[in-house]
Design a protein around this ligand. Structure first.
Ligand code: DX5
Ligand code: ZN
Length: 217
């Protein structure tokens, strides 16, 4: 069953609690939170205090996507708050295994995020140690960008490799996801679809979320 993770980047931040309640009512499966530092990516969003408050009020699992140059500075705190999923970009740290182990020790689902230009084979050595891979289908930093079809090949390769080396691995895709590409993504082996602008562009979030799952219904 596909999981839908709305990205709060496209939500109305002036009424965030209301937005989260609406997403819960609309049967979202988890909340996707994009942390940007203006350094690894050319944009800024929010940091730890806002994540803490969101976790306190959310009945849904919280998925933190760290688009920051020093993800290691965030991990202990996210673990202490029982954040459910955390992904770190492969491109940001030289000793990724260290951060993955740290997340695993804290029982946080550990993920590696890959920019469109990063080969999926680069995470194969760590595949048995992680819970999920976040495949970026846009260059990270902004909502509302155009989906890059190059990800289909990466998803197929990863799913095939994971079958043997980590059968429970979840594959998450993030960027430009909509009701046109969702079916092919699900068919390719994706478990979690992140969508920001597609869900929030229509005030009927329930309809938007349902339309992303159409393969399943
Ligand atoms: C982009 C973020 C995404 C973004 C997706 O860097 O990681 O989560 O919010 O937004 P859409 O779905 O509009 O591409
Ligand atoms: Zn994201």
């Amino acid at each position: 069953m596909i999981k839908i993770a709305p990205s709060l980047l496209s939500a109305n931040f002036a009424r965030l609690e209301n937005e989260i309640n609406l997403l819960q009512e609309a049967k979202a499966d988890m909340l996707h939170l994009d942390v940007m530092d203006g350094h690894f990516v050319p944009n800024l969003t929010y940091g730890l205090p806002i994540i803490q408050k969101i976790k306190e009020i959310s009945a849904l699992p919280v998925d933190v996507h760290l688009m920051v140059s020093n993800p290691e500075n965030y991990l202990d705190t996210l673990g202490k708050w029982n954040i459910d999923y955390v992904s770190i970009h492969q491109e940001t740290v030289p000793h990724l295994h260290r951060q993955v182990s740290q997340l695993n020790k804290m029982k946080v689902k550990s993920g590696i995020a890959l920019n469109p230009g990063t080969p999926v084979e680069s995470i194969f050595p760590l595949i048995a140690d992680i819970d999920f891979v976040l495949i970026m289908s846009v260059n990270p930093g902004f909502g509302g960008q155009t989906f890059l079809a190059l990800v289909y090949d990466k998803i197929l390769k990863l799913r095939a490799y994971a079958k043997k080396h980590n059968p429970t691995l979840e594959i998450e895709v993030d960027g430009g996801v909509n009701n046109v590409n969702s079916t092919k993504l699900i068919d390719s082996g994706v478990d979690i679809l992140v969508a920001g602008s597609y869900i929030f562009q229509n005030s009927d979030y329930k309809e938007q979320i349902k339309s992303l799952r159409k393969k399943d219904v």
